[in-house]
Design a protein around this ligand. Structure first.
Ligand SMILES: [Zn+2]
Ligand SMILES: [Zn+2]
Length: 258
């Protein structure tokens, strides 16, 4: 059994064959799916999918690329929903900052404000965080510590392999591993993987993006998590069943799914 802890099933690229995507995945043992909140305009669609399928859950949050729409969401309304398992994805992404130095600094400040706001919501409602970090490890770690985010914990989804974030493992934080692990140029992640405590590993697709080898370039889907699990089993020298059982147990615990 595998739990796909990060799959954007509300993306238009799944509109035509969502049913088949889920069926294919289930046949291969992918039994539960979490749709991370990102863009508020598709949140209702994520909720509809989680209501239509027993094994699909959602989280509510605003991705650092969508912070302008933060005020559009009435978090409380969604958090009460029985299928809402987390707050996020939220975090910091400095990869695509544009403009002058001053404009970049302003954008960073805004991202940090919205990240902090979502951490307080998570703490208020005792929900774990789904955290997105890109080119922003130092600020992200500082904010998580300053805001006592370890009260609720969470997952550093699509873990960027930055060793300075590893110490968060002691603090109720988990590490989401996806297709990147299978890439030829993933040396950093391959090297850091054994240093992550096994009880802190989660599996994710981040579909439709980051499709693992041998399907790179195609649309990603939960079925392909098996390539991530296989690679993890090979790198950690553990049987596939152990990887499946451990990561599933970890996911159920973090997201309070029974
Ligand atoms: Zn992300
Ligand atoms: Zn995502």
């Amino acid at each position: 059994m595998i739990i796909d802890t990060h799959i954007h099933l509300d993306d238009t690229r799944y509109d035509d064959d969502l049913e088949e995507v889920l069926q294919r995945a289930k046949k291969e043992g992918v039994s539960k799916f979490i749709i991370p909140g990102a863009d508020p305009s598709t949140l209702q669609k994520a909720i509809n999918i989680s209501e239509a399928y027993d094994d699909v859950y959602f989280s509510v949050g605003v991705h650092p690329y969508d912070i302008e729409s933060f005020d559009m969401i009435n978090f409380e309304e969604y958090i009460q929903h029985p299928k809402c398992v987390a707050i996020g994805e939220c975090g910091l992404d400095y990869y695509r900052l544009e403009g002058t130095e001053e404009e970049k600094e302003n954008e960073k400040k805004k991202q940090q404000e919205i990240f902090i706001a979502q951490i307080s919501i998570a703490k208020k409602f005792k929900k774990p965080l789904i955290i997105h970090i890109r080119d922003a490890s130092v600020d992200s770690k500082r904010i998580l510590e300053e805001c006592n985010a370890s009260e609720v914990g969470g997952v550093l989804h699509c873990f960027n392999a930055d060793e300075q974030l590893l110490s968060l493992a002691d603090n109720r934080f988990y590490f989401g591993i996806g297709g990147v692990l299978t890439f030829k140029n993933a040396k950093k992640l391959v090297n850091v993987l054994p240093k992550i405590p096994k009880e802190k590993l989660l599996i994710e697709t981040d579909g439709p993006y980051l499709t693992p080898t041998p399907f790179r370039g195609k649309r990603n889907e939960p079925l392909y998590t098996k390539y991530v699990v296989n690679k993890m089993s090979e790198l950690l020298d553990l049987p596939i069943e152990i990887i499946q059982n451990t990561t599933t147990k970890n996911a159920l615990k973090l997201f309070n799914i029974y």
